[in-house]
Structure formats: C-alpha cells, structure tokens
Design a protein around this ligand. Structure first.
Ligand code: CA
Length: 190
C-alpha cells in the first residue's frame, strides 16, 4: 500500500469518526439552532387507567405546525412558521378525537424544540379528568425549560422523579427556576 493511499485511508477514517461523533451529538436534534428544532408529540393517558405497557414512541416533525396537525388528527392546520400564539386562536377545521392538553419547550420563554401532549377526550381536563405521562421520553428527560397548558388543564405539574415522584413545579410558565431541566414525569388537572 502506498504512503499516499495509507494517508488517504487514515484521513477518511478520521473524517468518518468525526462525522459519527457529530451524528451522535446531534442525534436528538433537539438543542438545535433556531429553525432546526424538532417538534414531537405523544398521547397522555388518564390517571387511573393503565397506560400501554410500553410508552408510545414520540413522533417528531421539523415544524411546530406539522406537529400540531398530527397531534390534533388534522383538526388544526397552522401556517408553516406558526408558533404557540397562533395555536391559541386557531380553529378546528375538521372533526377528530385528538386534543392538545400541554406543550413542553426545550428552552425558556416557550421557545426551542417542543413536545406536544394530546388526549382523546374533547373535554380535556374540564370534566375533572387527570392525565399523566409516567416517564417522559428519554430525549426529553431533564431538558424541559418552559410549558403551556390547554383544554381546561389549569395545572401542569412537572415532577423531578418518574411516576410523579420527588420535587415538582406546577408550570404554565416561561421559566422553571430550580426545576429547570429537571422534569421526568408530568400530570395535568383542572
Ligand atoms: Ca432546557
């Protein structure tokens, strides 16, 4: 093998390792620069009813609008660059059985990547229903920095432990104080 070929192979290996490291570091894509966020959704379940044996894999999208469309079963279609404010005033344009009850944000002040939680109850929390996710999906554990609530859910409690354990903050809030980047399970109620 010529020296040039060996050097070329070595350089290729270094490049491959660097790319692999980069892919690993950005695998979640969640702490991405503005415009490169990921927007994920999953169903939250009523407290007292058994959740599926395995937590649902989150579905993720490149835009908030696409995430909301999926989270609402197509009932809410926002403009491509829309955010939380546009969702506040959006109208449902078709029947569906999916309703948003809460949104977690990667960054403070309702910014960055988002995680939208939906339920199959049109009354949300307004009929006294309580919802939870017992374990926040791994990419999002210890990363939530602000949160908003929807559908009659006045309380959105973020717990440091899984299964609603440990310290907690009731947060429809732009910043989470000592609970910043510490949430691992969540609960909603009226
Ligand atoms: Ca964060």
């Amino acid at each position: 093998m010529s020296l040039r070929l060996r050097l070329g192979l070595a350089a290729s290996l270094v490049l491959a390792l660097a790319l692999a490291a980069n892919v690993t570091a950005n695998a979640s894509g969640l702490s991405a620069p503005r415009g490169q966020e990921r927007h994920c959704i999953a169903q939250a379940f009523k407290v007292g009813t058994p959740a599926p044996a395995a937590a649902a894999e989150p579905r993720c999208f490149p835009t908030f609008a696409k995430a909301i469309e999926a989270a609402t079963g197509g009932a809410i279609q926002l403009a491509p660059n829309a955010g939380t404010q546009e969702l506040r005033t959006a109208q449902r344009i078709r029947p569906s059985a999916q309703y948003v009850i809460g949104i977690d944000y990667w960054d403070a002040n309702f910014t960055g990547s988002t995680f939208t939680w939906w339920v199959d109850n049109p009354n949300g929390c307004a009929d006294g229903s309580r919802y939870w996710n017992n374990v926040i999906p791994p990419d999002w554990q210890n990363n939530i920095s602000s949160a908003s609530t929807w559908q009659g859910c006045n309380h959105f409690v973020h717990y440091e432990g899984i299964y609603l354990g440990g310290s907690a903050i009731d947060c429809t809030c732009a910043t989470m104080g000592v609970m910043n980047d510490k949430s691992n399970s969540e609960e909603w109620y009226q």
